[in-house]
Write a protein that binds this ligand. Structure first.
Ligand code: NDP
Length: 296
């Protein structure tokens, strides 16, 4: 079997176009422009790149983008004061604090100081609890993007066996909750899992979120399974730097029914879902109907 490639880049463009349509409608019919505030503390080069591209895409879909760049020495009190201001600013519907934060700042404290209704990353403890109990929440962007691609490919996921490799708070755990919410039978695997190959071989859906280059070989994949590769790993090959996932794409694509490539799979969906979450937060804040197909 040669797998169908799930084109995350094209899918993300479709999601952004849907968001842009809804934003235009909100402006025209309600005079409201959704606003996303992104807070960056310090000069981490990767974070600077992410923040720049988030700002650019926010503006491209017609939303207002507010960038707050603070120096690496910013105190916790200063950062919390800024978040407090953004929490009460009616023009701001979504707040994202770019992680990781410099070591002297307490990430949990900072994230939990964001108004949960504006927490477009879905990391606030209230949103974690709401998602875990199947209630309306803000859903972390990367797992939401994976869910959208799976729903688009399969329609219903009900009854499917899903394995999520990785149990982080930002990807693995929320991914498992979302799959459970769609009535999959879910296994969460991690570094202590016994006989990981056997666990993965049972799965109709494999979501790999580990951070180990090409760790999952094709012969772990059940014939016809759907493989979602969240991993982004930079490796040196043939004297060149290359991005690879957590799945060995070449061998997995020979057995899977469908697979996301790296790059061009899950990655582009993450920012698209950030924009979708900002739109959702704006609709909820204004007691307007939520955009269809853009939430869990
Ligand atoms: P973390 O490092 O927080 O978590 C990694 C998980 O993998 C842990 O639960 C760990 O288990 C598990 N793990 C490590 N080694 C093994 C192993 N040998 N076998 C089984 N499980 C193992 O990573 P993240 O969840 O933050 O990210 C995972 C990957 O996804 C990274 O490559 C990251 O760059 C990428 N990513 C991509 C995004 C995108 O937009 N596409 C967004 C976010 C992340 P244990 O808990 O036991 O230590």
């Amino acid at each position: 079997m040669v797998a169908q490639v799930i084109d995350g880049k094209a899918f993300a463009a479709k999601v952004r176009a849907q968001v842009a349509d809804q934003v235009a409608k909100l402006k025209e019919e309600n005079g409201i422009t959704p606003g996303l505030a992104v807070v960056l503390v310090g000069e981490d080069p990767a974070s600077q790149v992410y923040v720049r591209s988030k700002g650019k895409m926010t503006v491209e879909v017609g939303m207002n983008s507010y960038e707050h760049k603070l120096d690496a020495e910013t105190s916790e009190a200063e950062l919390l004061a800024l978040i407090d201001k953004l929490n009460t600013d009616p023009a701001v519907h979504g707040i994202l604090v770019q992680l990781p934060l410099p070591k002297h700042l307490n990430e949990d404290l900072v994230i939990n100081s964001i108004d949960p209704a504006k927490d477009v990353d879905g990391f606030h403890i209230s949103n974690v609890g709401l998602l875990g109990t199947g209630q309306k929440s803000m859903v972390p962007c990367t797992p939401l993007g994976c869910l959208m691609m799976l729903r688009d490919h399969h329609g219903s996921l009900s009854g499917m066996d899903a394995v999520v490799i990785g149990r982080s708070n930002i990807v693995g755990k929320p991914m498992a909750q979302l799959l459970l919410g769609d009535s999959c039978t879910v296994t969460i695997a991690h570094s202590r899992t016994k006989d990981l190959p056997d666990v993965v071989r049972r799965a109709d859906i494999v979501v790999a979120a580990v951070g180990r280059p090409e760790m999952v070989p094709g012969d772990w994949i059940k014939e016809g399974a759907t493989v979602i590769d969240v991993g982004i790993n930079r490796i040196e090959r043939d004297g060149k730097t290359k991005l690879v996932g957590d799945v060995d794409y070449a061998s997995a694509a020979e057995r899977a029914g469908a697979i996301t490539p790296v790059p061009g799979g899950v990655g582009p969906m993450t920012i698209a879902c950030l924009l979708a979450n900002t739109l959702t937060a704006c609709c909820r804040a204004n007691k307007l109907p939520e955009p269809e197909g853009l939430t869990a």
